[in-house]
Design a binder for this molecule. Structure first.
Ligand SMILES: NC(=O)c1ccc[n+]([C@@H]2O[C@H](COP(=O)([O-])OP(=O)(O)OC[C@H]3O[C@@H](n4cnc5c(N)ncnc54)[C@H](O)[C@@H]3O)[C@@H](O)[C@H]2O)c1
Length: 262
C-alpha cells in the first residue's frame, strides 16, 4: 500500500510507462509510496494508466515525452521540476523493438533504433541528473536493458547494439555519480509477455513452436516459461530502494535463468 511505503514521497519518473514492463515497474514504485510520473510518447495511454493507479489511491500522473527528441526531454525535466522540485528515481525503460539484419538494414533504420533505445536513455540521464542531485536520500537511476545487450541474436543488429551500449553506459554512469550517492544499475529482462513481443500478425512470439521447443521443452529457460511485467517489478524495486544503497554499476538479468544456460 502507498501509505507508509518504503519509497514514501520520492518522485520517480518512468519512461515508456504506458504499458508493459514500464507500467509494471511504475505500479510497484507507486505501491511503495513513490510519486510516479508515467512518461511516454503514447500520451493518452499513459493518462489512462495513471488514472487507473490514481483510482487505487496511488500517486501517479502522466506526461508526454519523446525520448528521441532533445526539446521534448528538456520540457519533461522542466515540468517535473515545476511540479515536484526534485526527482529521486529515474527509470529509463522506453524502447522500441526492431528486426534489423546486417544485409538488409538501412542506416536510417539503424539510426532510428539507436536514437530511441540508446541515445534516449542517455538524453534522459543528461537532462535529469541535475534534478536528481537536488533530491534527498534514495537517488537512483535504473536502465532497462535486455539479455540481447549481453548476448548476440540473429536479426537484431540495431537493438542489440543499443542495449549493449546502455549496459556499459550503466557502468560508466555509476562511476560518475557514485560521489553524489546516486546508484545506477540495470535490469536485463529475458523474454517478457508485453505488446513488444506481439508479432505483426498479432500473434504472440512466445507462443510460436520455436519458442516452446527451445525454451520450454528443452529448458533453455530453466523456469520453462516466459516472464510477465510483474516478474520485472520486484528486482526493479529492489534496485530503486534503500536496500540497494551499496549496489551500483550492476546489470541484473531477470530472465528465468535463460542467460545462465548455453
Ligand atoms: N518484452 C520483452 O520481451 C523485453 C525483453 C527484454 C527487454 N525489454 C525492454 O523492456 C523495456 C520495455 O519493453 P516492453 O516490452 O514493455 O515494450 P512495450 O512496447 O510494451 O512498451 C514500450 C513503451 O515505450 C514507449 N515508447 C516507445 N518509444 C518512445 C519514445 N520515443 N519516447 C517515449 N516513449 C516511447 C511506448 O509508447 C510504450 O509505451 C524496453 O526497454 C525493452 O527493450 C523487453
Amino acid at each position: 500500500m502507498a501509505e507508509g511505503g518504503r519509497l514514501q514521497g520520492r518522485v520517480a519518473v518512468v519512461t515508456g510507462a504506458a504499458q508493459g514492463i514500464g507500467l509494471g515497474i511504475a505500479t510497484r514504485l507507486a505501491e511503495e509510496g513513490a510519486i510516479v510520473v508515467l512518461a511516454d510518447i503514447a500520451d493518452s495511454k499513459a493518462q489512462a494508466a495513471a488514472a487507473d493507479l490514481a483510482r487505487r489511491g496511488l500517486s501517479a500522473t502522466a506526461a508526454r515525452v519523446d525520448i528521441a527528441n532533445d526539446a521534448s526531454v528538456q520540457m519533461l525535466a522542466r515540468k517535473v521540476e515545476a511540479d515536484h522540485g526534485k526527482c529521486e528515481i529515474l527509470v529509463n525503460n522506453a524502447a522500441v523493438g526492431a528486426d534489423t539484419h546486417i544485409e538488409t538494414m538501412s542506416m536510417e533504420a539503424y539510426q532510428r533504433v539507436i536514437g530511441i533505445n540508446q541515445d534516449g536513455a542517455i538524453r534522459m540521464s543528461v537532462a535529469f541528473v541535475p534534478l536528481i542531485k537536488k533530491a534527498g536520500p534514495g537517488r537512483r537511476i535504473l536502465n532497462v536493458v535486455s539479455i540481447l545487450g549481453l548476448r548476440g541474436w540473429p536479426n537484431q543488429i540495431a537493438y542489440a547494439t543499443a542495449k549493449g551500449a546502455i549496459v556499459n553506459f550503466t557502468r560508466a554512469l555509476a562511476c560518475d555519480l557514485a560521489p553524489h550517492d546516486i546508484m545506477v544499475n540495470a535490469i536485463a529482462p529475458g523474454f517478457v509477455d508485453t505488446p513488444m513481443s506481439l508479432r505483426r500478425d498479432g500473434k504472440h512470439e512466445y507462443d510460436a513452436d520455436w519458442f516452446r521447443d527451445i525454451y520450454v521443452k528443452y529448458g533453455r529457460i530453466p523456469m520453462r516459461r516466459y516472464g510477465k511485467p510483474i516478474d520485472m517489478a520486484g528486482p526493479a524495486y529492489f534496485l530503486c530502494s534503500d536496500d540497494a544503497q551499496y549496489v551500483t554499476g550492476q546489470i541484473l538479468s531477470v530472465d528465468g535463468g535463460a542467460s545462465a544456460t548455453f
